[in-house]
Ligand binder design. Structure first.
Ligand code: HEM
Length: 444
């Protein structure tokens, strides 16, 4: 049992396995002020703010020192360029449009269908690798490598370099973690390349040697994240140059060579966008697949139904995005004016956190919200956000999760959890198991 404000308890790693009773307590006050932050926890209020241009995602609008659990010296380096995730319209819209043009198929729902065959073969290949074993770690053996293979293939990043950018990705994501305390042992040992007793292998680049360790506090984590951003940026800048000289059939090549009516991305925007896509491809879908496997194994009736009818994967993944969303909260907004929300005035300049996972369990929006129900109709969850920043990769992430979960249901006979609850990653923003050990009798 932990103490402190509700917000501190939500950030506390001890509560990661089940933060939902804390969100229920939060919703008693739809907008509350905690630790200097305005926390919004109810569905309609979150949705309204996601569509309100007076709430900014632009880090340059932040009031120094007003970060609440983030203190002034932990805030991001204002000299580092930011991606369109952290920009407001019209800058945001122009960069997002240019990126969408280059990305094409994977973010266009109709054409995502074309990638089905190739993605199915990737899932089948990874599950074939379970042959001869009686236990796997779903995170290491499927949920992580699958989306990484996909995003590398799409972007045109050599998969053999994965161990290097894996560590950068981890450092960058740990910088998103706003919680105050040091990490826990559960967060060490990320599935990736080889590691030594002194730390991860040097082939992953300098950040892995000196970068964020499980014991780091938030200031160290944010400095490690900035360093990782620079190093990953340099790696991608070199790669982009190669793609400019010898373009291939991939997104990076399209981004450097395409010139549409709006021109093309500047060299800096190109690198920053590539970092955003690579990180998004690394750190989100893994949690959807792992949270999904965990939920299925806790609901054996649904698992059986999915085995018999893979089409159930479509509504099932939607329900997962509501019930166990990989992105639990958005801690990055700033009020550009006084905002009246549910009877509370959020003053101009105040930091605002939108608690997506709490909105998804709001009984004023969803009937019986704590029940996992893949047959739920009217499931407009907040799992991919909403408004101008609505997830760019949603069609791709949906397809990846549908194929992975249908594959697990169909191929693993007698699957069961070895540890429940599993150990969780420390990150309260991107929440998911660090490992998910599943025992099984064989492969179909
Ligand atoms: C934005 C969730 C997968 C690319 C977002 C946002 C959420 C989200 C909640 C809104 C952030 C905000 O409003 O500040 C997820 C989840 C995923 C996933 C739950 C997997 C299950 C992906 C993938 C990609 C991607 C695979 C890349 C191909 C992006 C980008 C944005 C974004 C570029 C920024 C959009 C903008 O600012 O206009 N995502 N995402 N996401 N996502 Fe995803």
């Amino acid at each position: 049992m932990t103490s402190g404000t509700l917000l501190q308890q939500i950030l506390d790693h001890a509560n990661r396995p089940d933060p939902y009773p804390l969100y229920a307590a939060l919703r008693e006050t739809p907008v509350s002020r905690q630790d200097g932050v305005y926390v919004v926890s109810t569905y309609w209020e979150i949705l309204g703010l996601l569509h309100d241009p007076r709430l900014s995602s632009d880090t340059r609008n932040r009031t120094p020192g007003a970060g609440g659990p983030l203190t002034a010296d932990e805030e991001e380096d204002p000299n580092l360029p930011v991606s369109f995730l952290r920009l407001d319209p019209p800058e945001h819209d122009r960069l997002r449009r240019l990126t969408t043009r280059a990305f094409g198929p994977p973010v266009c729902p109709r054409r995502v269908h074309d990638m089905r065959g190739e993605l199915s073969r990737m899932v089948a290949g990874l599950i074939d690798g379970f042959e001869g074993r009686d236990e796997v770690d779903i995170v290491e053996d499927l949920a992580y490598p699958f989306p990484v293979m996909v995003i590398c293939k799409l972007l045109g990043v050599p998969h053999q370099d994965e161990p290097r950018f894996h560590a950068w990705s981890e450092a960058i994501v740990s910088g998103l973690d706003p919680s105050g305390g040091p990490g826990t042992s559960e967060d060490s040992g990320r599935p990736a390349g080889p590691a030594t007793s002194d730390g991860p292998a040097t082939s992953r680049g300098p950040v892995t040697v000196d970068g964020p360790a499980a014991s780091d506090g938030p200031a160290e984590r944010r400095r490690g994240a900035q360093q990782a951003r620079r190093e990953l940026g340099m790696y991608l800048a070199e790669l982009i140059e190669e793609h400019r000289r010898t373009p291939g059939d991939d997104v990076l090549s399209a981004l450097v060579t395409d010139r549409g009516p709006e021109g093309r991305l500047s060299p800096v925007d190109l690198v920053v966008t590539a970092v955003l896509l690579l990180i998004a491809g690394h750190e989100t879908t893994v949690n959807l697949i792992a949270n999904g496997t965990l939920t299925l194994l806790r609901n054996p009736g649904t698992l059986r139904r999915l085995r018999d009818d893979p089409r159930l994967a479509i509504p099932l993944v939607e329900e997962l995005l509501r019930f166990e969303p990989p992105v639990q909260l958005l801690p990055q907004r700033t009020a550009l004016a006084d905002l009246d929300v549910a009877g509370t005035t959020i003053p101009k300049g105040a930091p605002v956190w939108l608690m997506l996972a709490s909105g998804n369990r709001d009984p004023r929006r969803f009937t019986d919200p704590d029940r996992f129900d893949p047959d739920r109709r009217d499931n407009r969850h907040l799992g991919f956000g909403s408004g101008v920043h609505y997830c760019f990769g949603a069609p791709l992430a949906r397809l990846e999760a549908q194929l992975a979960l249908a594959g697990i249901a169909r191929r693993l006979t007698g699957p069961r959890l070895v540890t429940d609850p599993p150990p969780y990653r420390r990150n309260p923003v991107l929440r998911g198991p660090r490992h998910l050990r599943v025992a099984f009798d064989g492969l179909a």
